[in-house]
Design a binder for this molecule. Structure first.
Ligand code: ADP
Length: 574
């Protein structure tokens, strides 16, 4: 342990709050901080780096927070985001709330102003009662006032973030805490190495049996894998469960690659059919929220014709939208292995009538898609551009894919096959824009693999300045901006007759590729699939930060992609 100790006149070595924080994190095997320096945490970033931690400095806290959240999802350890007080804290808060909604473990550590002044509202520098504001937006929130409590505070934050349903935790460190000193030995002894931070939760035997009985009774069973299944890192058992049961499966977007999208049991290309027709659906780490039409309505076929098994670590999730006939509460690893153990050796695979029907629909849809992907329209459309990305990922399945936008999101999700677990990070449960560059940085830092960020031009705008961060750390990130001149597209008109362009329209023919050149990265303007392909291959093989401005037909795609119905005006017409 480094001896960064202040020596006082009585010669007893002391340690300050800065170093207690750093040592507490390192003791818990946390070696990376995503953040943005400023008062009062600038020295913490310097000292953390001096003590061997990786400190990735961003240009805006929201992106540092998104990086921390993505790191949490990828590693099962809480990602750390460090921000300054009030405004920096608020910037980080969006990502903390988003992490919580997505069940990603992260800890937002913010410096804050002095309690005495904040509580009397006497107008301190960046005064704000941050703890009170953070509390309703995350899983847990703590404030540490005394150096001797830093160890406990960090231990509680880690446990809260990763145990049970993972989520975001807020940790409030008032400025004065950092310079407090205490006896070095006492200080170090006050630190806690968290033992078994995410304890396994073993499902009850009767719940396992109930789930198996229901699954066995099904004529048209379906397994639905969500990002909780990806998070759980029970990849081999999930693969076994799917293959041994022979049940068709659907991956939610961030569960893509848990089994290769080309797996014969994947029902992705027959999604509407299987959702409507299945009689028993087993949800594995997936919620019946808006992304699954709340488990009811047209998407799910005839009313009351379906029964659900739900594997989840959070008991309160059960029955949140529709009745769950067989809840299986526990961590996914334990639940899936219990199911495998309980299946026995003479499991009967689903009726051929069901699997054959899916196969036929799948083949039809896949050949339709192949025909569309083979077209080469000018200008490029989403399909012809994404065919290039699809081939790239097929050739290099270890590539991390980041994806945000409206049409850019929807088309990428269905066109670009994933082959390995946790290789796809996207807008998640909220469908939030702005995760792009933060997630891309985290993906590169955590995995050391090449990253392709497929960005709508609007989505890119939210975090575009982090291109400098990507260049500064020389990360192997290739950003492809799908540039169709606006939010959804560039065709909207101002119906008032005024001079302003319509609210959804951007500067036409913008050259996003020029932005990265300002920071020494590679910018490429690609107007056809060949140019895009050459640039993408070059970016992946060189590992240099690259931004490809992919020019897409501004009339391609639809308003809001696949969620047009959520626009009030469109909804009123349907
Ligand atoms: P998707 O958006 O892919 O459908 P959701 O985020 O809606 O996925 O659902 C993820 C679910 O997985 C959450 O309900 C969460 O409680 C659960 N979950 C997360 N980690 C685990 C785990 N290790 N074991 C069991 N359930 C988990």
């Amino acid at each position: 342990m480094a001896e960064k100790i202040v020596t006082e006149s009585n010669n007893n070595p002391t340690i300050d709050g800065f170093h207690l924080v750093i040592e507490a994190l390192k003791l818990n095997d946390i070696h990376t901080i995503f953040g943005l320096p400023g008062i009062p945490i600038t020295d913490l970033t310097r000292m953390a780096q001096a003590e061997g931690m990786r400190v990735i400095s961003f240009r805006h806290e929201q992106h540092a927070g998104n990086a921390a959240a993505a790191a949490g999802f990828l590693t099962q350890k809480p990602g750390i985001c460090l921000t300054v007080s009030a405004p920096g804290f608020l910037n980080g808060l969006t990502s903390l709330a988003n992490a919580t909604v997505n069940c990603f473990p992260m800890i937002l550590i913010s410096g804050s102003s002095e309690r005495e002044i904040v509580d009397l509202q006497q107008g301190d520098y960046e005064e704000m009662d941050q703890l009170a504001i953070a509390k309703p937006l995350c899983k847990a929130a703590y404030r540490v006032l005394h150096a001797q409590d830093i160890g406990v505070g960090i231990a509680r934050a880690i446990r809260s973030a990763v145990s049970g349903r993972p989520g975001g935790v807020y940790l409030d460190f008032p400025a004065k805490l950092f310079s407090q000193t205490m006896d070095a030995l006492d200080g170090r002894q006050s630190l806690i190495k968290v033992v078994d931070p995410a304890p396994r939760q073993i499902p009850a035997a009767d719940a396992v049996q109930r789930a198996l009985d229901l699954l066995k009774s099904a004529k048209r069973p379906l397994i639905l894998l969500g990002k909780g299944a990806a998070y759980a890192q029970a990849d081999a058992d999930i693969l076994s469960l799917v293959e041994k049961t022979g049940i068709p499966y659907l991956p939610m977007s961030m569960a893509k690659g848990l089994l290769p999208d080309t797996h014969p049991q994947s029902a992705s290309a027959a999604r509407s059919y299987v959702l409507a027709e299945a009689d028993v659906v087993m949800l594995v780490g997936a919620r019946l929220n808006w992304l699954l039409s709340h488990g009811k309505g047209k998407t799910w076929g005839a009313p009351n014709a379906k029964q659900f098994i739900q594997i989840d670590i959070e008991p309160k999730e059960i029955d949140s939208n529709v009745a769950i006939a067989a809840p299986l509460i526990g961590d996914i690893g334990s639940c899936v292995s219990a199911l495998l153990a309980g299946m026995g050796s003479n499991w009967t695979k689903p009726p051929l009538e069901w699997t054959k029907g899916i196969f036929e629909r799948k083949e039809k849809n896949l050949s339709k898609m192949a025909a569309t992907l083979a077209l080469n329209p000018s200008p490029m459309n989403f399909h012809s551009a994404l065919a290039v990305v699809r081939n790239m990922v097929a050739a290099r399945p270890d590539i991390m894919v980041i994806n945000e936008g409206a049409n850019t999101l929807d088309f990428t999700r269905s066109i670009v096959d994933m082959y390995e677990p946790r290789k796809r990070l996207d807008v998640g449960t909220w469908g939030i824009m702005g995760i792009g560059m933060g997630f891309a940085v985290a993906a590169a830092v955590v995995t050391n693999k090449p990253v392709i960020a497929i960005e709508g031009d609007s989505a890119f705008g939210f975090s575009g300045m982090e291109i400098e961060t990507i260049c500064r750390y020389n990360l192997p990130v290739c950003v492809v901006v799908f540039n169709n001149n606006g939010v959804y597209g560039g065709m909207d008109v101002n119906t008032s007759g005024g001079n302003d362009v319509a609210p959804t329209v951007f500067v036409k023919g913008a050259r996003y590729d020029k932005i990265i050149e300002a920071f020494g990265g590679v910018g490429v303007h690609a107007t056809n699939p060949h140019e895009l392909s050459v640039a993408l291959h070059e970016a992946i093989s060189s590992g240099r930060p690259t931004l490809i401005n992919a020019v897409i037909d501004e009339s391609a795609g639809t308003e809001s992609g696949r969620i047009t119905k959520l626009n009030p005006q469109a909804a009123s017409k349907t």
